[in-house]
Ligand binder design. Structure first.
Ligand SMILES: C[S@@+](CC[C@H](N)C(=O)[O-])C[C@H]1O[C@@H](n2cnc3c(N)ncnc32)[C@H](O)[C@@H]1O
Length: 318
C-alpha cells in the first residue's frame, strides 16, 4: 500500500500518456472500426511490410543467444539431469508449448490429420517437441533450427522417441537452403518474431511452400496486449527468469496480417488471453502470481480476448 501511494503519482501519468499515444490508438482503432477478425478471413493479403533486414551483428547476437538458451533448459529444476536424456525430456515436457497450451496441441492434431503423409517443414524446432507430435501422427517432417545445440537435442529427442524425421538440420529462416515449392506445410511456433526480420521470414516460408501449401504460424506477440504492457512496464521477461532474447517483436494485428503477402488468410486466432502460471520465483513473480494474475483473470472473456497476448495465423499460399 505504501509503495502504491508513493509511486502511483509518478508512474500513473507516464503509463496513461504512453497508453494513449501508442497502444491506445490501436485499441480504439479496433473498437471504433468494430473490426472482427473474421472479416479478414479468406481475403488475399497484398500489402507487404517493408522491414529493414537485420545486420550481421544482430543475426550473430540472435544465434548466440539461442545457442545457449535452447527453449526448455530454463525449466530444469533438477540440475543433475543431463540434457538430451529421456529423463531430461520427460522433466521439461509439461512446460513445453503443446502440453502447456492446449490450443497448440489441438492445432497440431487438426493440421496433422490434414497433412498425414505430406511433408512439413518446422522452422525453429528447438528440442523438437512439436515436430515429434507431427511425426507420431504420420506427417513427414524436416525439422530445422538456427542453432546446432537445438538441432543436436532434437535429433536425440526423435531417436529416444523412436521416430524418424526426413531431416534435422541447421537452417536460418531468413535464408532457407531449400528450393522453391518444396513443402506442403511450414510450421513455426514462437520463432518468427524473434528473428529480427519477421517479414523476410514469412517471405521465405512462402517461397519454400508449394502453391496451396499451408503456413501455420503459432504465434506472433500482439500489441496491445496484457503481456505487452507487463513486459514494457515490468521491464522484465515475465515468463521465466532468463536474459531476454536480442529480439522479441510485438506487432498489431494489422501489421501481422500485412506481412502475409501472396497468401490467403485461412484462420486467425487470438490466444493466451488469460494470465497463466509462470515458471518463476522472486518478488516480481510473486506480484504476478498473487496480485496481477487473479485480478486480471476476473476481466470478462470478450474483453480479455481483445488484449490476448498471442496471435496465430494459418495462411494458404496462392
Ligand atoms: C522460443 S524458441 C521456440 C522453440 C520451439 N519452436 C518450441 O516451441 O519449443 C525460438 C527458436 O527459434 C529459433 N530461431 C531464432 N531465429 C531463427 C532463425 N533465424 N531461423 C531459424 N530458427 C530461428 C531459436 O534457435 C529457437 O530454437
Amino acid at each position: 500500500m505504501y509503495l502504491a501511494c508513493r509511486y502511483a503519482p509518478v508512474v500513473a501519468p507516464k503509463v496513461v500518456s504512453e497508453f494513449w499515444t501508442e497502444s491506445g490508438r490501436n485499441v480504439f482503432d479496433q473498437l471504433l472500426r468494430l473490426n472482427p477478425l473474421t472479416a479478414r478471413l479468406g481475403r488475399v493479403v497484398c500489402t507487404g511490410d517493408p522491414v529493414t533486414a537485420p545486420d550481421q551483428t544482430l543475426r550473430t547476437a540472435v544465434r548466440d543467444y539461442w545457442d545457449s538458451h535452447t527453449l526448455g533448459k530454463q525449466y530444469v529444476r533438477d540440475r543433475s539431469l543431463t540434457p538430451g536424456t529421456p529423463e531430461f525430456f520427460a522433466h521439461i515436457k509439461p512446460w513445453m508449448n503443446p502440453y502447456k497450451f492446449p490450443w497448440i496441441m489441438e492445432r497440431i492434431e487438426r493440421e496433422a490429420a490434414r497433412l498425414k503423409g505430406k511433408h512439413l517443414l518446422e522452422i525453429g524446432c528447438g528440442m523438437g517437441f512439436d515436430s515429434l507430435e507431427f511425426l507420431k501422427r504420420g506427417v513427414r517432417v524436416t525439422a530445422t533450427d538456427l542453432t546446432p545445440n537445438a538441432v543436436a537435442l532434437a535429433r536425440k529427442h526423435f531417436e529416444i522417441a523412436g521416430v524418424r524425421a526426413e531431416d534435422v538440420r541447421v537452417e536460418t529462416v531468413l535464408s532457407l537452403s531449400f528450393p522453391d515449392a518444396t513443402f506442403d506445410a511450414v510450421w513455426a511456433n514462437g520463432v518468427l518474431h524473434a528473428t529480427g526480420d519477421t517479414a523476410l521470414a514469412i517471405r521465405e516460408c512462402r517461397r519454400v511452400l508449394k502453391t496451396g501449401g499451408r503456413a501455420i504460424i503459432s504465434h506472433f506477440y500482439r500489441k496491445p496486449s496484457w503481456m505487452y504492457w507487463l513486459n514494457r512496464y515490468g521491464r522484465e521477461n515475465i515468463e521465466y527468469k532468463e536474459e531476454d532474447p536480442p529480439v522479441n517483436e510485438f506487432y498489431t494485428e494489422r501489421e501481422i496480417l500485412a506481412m502475409f503477402e501472396g497468401f490467403v488468410i485461412e484462420d486467425v486466432a487470438r490466444e493466451h488471453h488469460r494470465a497463466l502460471p509462470v515458471h518463476r520465483f522472486g518478488l516480481k513473480a510473486a506480484l504476478y502470481h498473487y496480485g496481477f494474475r487473479p485480478l486480471y483473470n476476473l476481466v470478462p472473456a470478450p474483453i480479455a480476448k481483445l488484449l490476448a497476448y498471442k496471435l496465430s495465423v494459418t495462411a494458404v499460399k496462392i
